[in-house]
Design a protein around this ligand. Structure first.
Ligand SMILES: [Zn+2]
Length: 165
């Protein structure tokens, strides 16, 4: 399921696009465009049918591409020390809840001994745990150590730059 390469430069910065136009411009399904809108692509406020600025579309596509460059496979956690996904030492991790539905998988990098954190959605733990042995823990005071939420697919949108239309 290699993702098809999409060229963000097809989006003209100073044009607005409807979802249909985005789909035909990039040769993707309309459903794909709607999915993007759910996961971070921003439409212009209050417009129906929705309009997406070319500049925003390009930003979204570049960001998405950057995230895909280094996918973290199941059973692995991206190590900020090694700058690569690693299998935690002993294939053991703790699950530290952050909210009723999310938490961090936490382990130790066998290569550089950094702590590894992977922010996950509890409902999708089976997608990321791979062969890891997960211990479920209660939140504790050390949770504030997690200043560095792991690189993941659920990250928030960065601040958006709204250009003049
Ligand atoms: Zn490491």
């Amino acid at each position: 399921m290699a993702p098809r390469r999409i060229n963000p430069r097809l989006a003209k910065l100073h044009r607005n696009y409807t979802a249909e136009e985005v789909a035909s411009l990039l040769d993707v399904n309309r459903q794909t465009v709607w999915k993007w809108l759910k996961i971070g692509l921003k439409a212009i406020d209050g417009r129906r049918p929705i309009l997406i600025m070319g500049e925003e579309l390009r930003r979204f596509l570049y960001e998405r591409r950057a995230k895909r460059k280094r996918p973290t496979p199941p059973g692995m956690i991206y190590c900020l020390g090694c700058r690569e996904p690693r299998s935690p030492a002993g294939n053991m991790v703790d699950f530290i809840p952050l909210s009723p539905t999310t938490g961090n998988l936490q382990g130790i990098c066998p290569t550089c001994e950094s702590m590894l954190y992977r922010r996950i959605n509890l409902g999708r733990i089976e997608d990321v745990r791979g062969n890891l042995d997960v211990t479920f823990t209660q939140p504790g005071p050390r949770i504030t150590d997690c200043a560095n939420p792991s690189v993941n697919h659920y990250s928030d949108n960065p601040g958006t730059a709204h250009a003049d239309a």
